[in-house]
Ligand binder design. Sequence first.
Ligand SMILES: [Zn+2]
Length: 585
Amino acid sequence: MADIIEDIKSRLDIVSYISSYVQLKKTGRNFKGCCPFHSEKTPSFIVSPEKQIFHCFGCGKGGDLFAFVRETEGVEFTEALQILADKAGLKVEKLSKFEKQERSEKDDYYHAHELACDFFEKQLFDTKDGEKVLKYLKNRGLTDETIKEFRIGFAPDEYELLYPHLLKKGIKKEIIVKSGFASSKGIGDDKIFDKYRARLMIPIFDYMGKICGFGGRTLKDEQMPKYLNSPDNIIYNKSKLLFGLSRSKKYIKENDSVILVEGYFDMILPYQAGVRNIVATSGTALTQDQIRIVKRLTSNVVTCFDTDSAGFEATKRSYFLLQNEEMHVKTVWQLDKKDPADYVVDHGEKFMDVIKGAKDFVSFYIEKLVNLNDVSRLDGRRNILKEMVPIFKNMASTSKDFYIRQFAEMTNISEVSLYDDIEKFKLPMNHPAREFEAVAENSTKVSIEELVLAVLLRFPAVFHKSLELVTEKDFKESEKNIYNELVDQYNSARTHFREWNFDQGLLAKEREKINVTLLYAEDKYGEFSEEAVSVELGKLVDKLRKDCKNKRLKNIEFEIKEAENAGEKNRLLALLMEQQELLSK
Ligand SMILES: [Zn+2]
């Protein structure tokens, strides 16, 4: 086992692997970017090529390449191992024994979905009813190649086909039901029947390209619902999936932009026409999780939703959510058809030009509002302001200045009064721009003690200064051992002292702590001169003392009240003296 892990680590570089998810910039000896695991505007996610680890100083997530894969793909260790082994070009045989032992529940679900997909494809291509459906697909503009590539299939209008088929193939009843293929609801107690009937079956692939769910579109007008999607289960979580992403992720990175559409066919048809950096939200309104997944690949989004009023509301809401994540949002709204799928069928490659001509959302919206309202009338102005003020309110100041100038010119409303309105305006609690406010920027701060330790680890040359300033008592339990190790190393090698050496003596947990602390120090103090570091150390220790003093003062206040209430005169006197002494320092 350990061999395989080391083998994989030596073949894959953590920086280039993580780069395919997160935009990283080199800073000193490390790389830095916005954390893919929590929402943040200033990067606190650091990757170290030397240590082959990552750590986020915002949310605290960190570890090696395996930890990263487990986090991003939501998989267990065995699957992470498999994913990385594939990437490293290591033969699966080497793993198979291990794999057999720990074949996870998820694999059973994936297996069931793969079998169901085969089954639906067969129904489409090899049956009489399927023939009609195939014709329908061709009429919608899909080619044979596309139908096969997206593995589209068909569920006949029967109650007992897929369920017995999957049972016969050895799939457990529980998995069939939890995957949404069959159910007992609606019919007598124990009777189980197929849930997808008379439906076009569109498989949904996860990020790695495995089938994890289905969207079933009805083929009978009166049948409800129009789309029947997989229920959430251990491999399917609709708020974290984007339809088409396993195919388009490569193109999204290449183009450094993504086109966001709503429906399956809105993704499939443009993709067929050569517009490949495209994904669909399908089955859910855009979620924060989906945005974070996209954000790992690019920060440029073109939204292209239905051109009706519901589509516009979706566009507006998406804008707020995307803007919250510092994404640049453009919008396509000049389609002469209701949705992108129909447009592409009629206009083919012209869709590409439409995308290129996408306008940034704010300019587009200002124009739309000015066209809809009479700006020379008071109520017209009010209508426009009601829509625009919340948008300005939520904007970074450089863009705000830019758009306010544009807006003022188009409406003849003075810039000064606009800034005034924005200043006074409070976003209502239920506004989409606030939807995720509470979770954003939840930084778990690095403590002062940890900062002191970071400086000492990074700059062994200033360590002697710390001996006059701090003692082991200043550190928490988790840091105490590390500090004492530094003292020991310093004392035993005083004359030719150069570098710390942590090859032995410490626990794995402590070594991990050192690595993370060093990462922080390299980021924060990487370019500091020895002199600057000495000054910084002085400041940190001052702060440490002050914090300590304030904490004690607070406790004393509490204890004084306690002593007063209990009538303990001697204790009260001692406390008051201590308080005086601390305050006079
Ligand atoms: Zn984070």
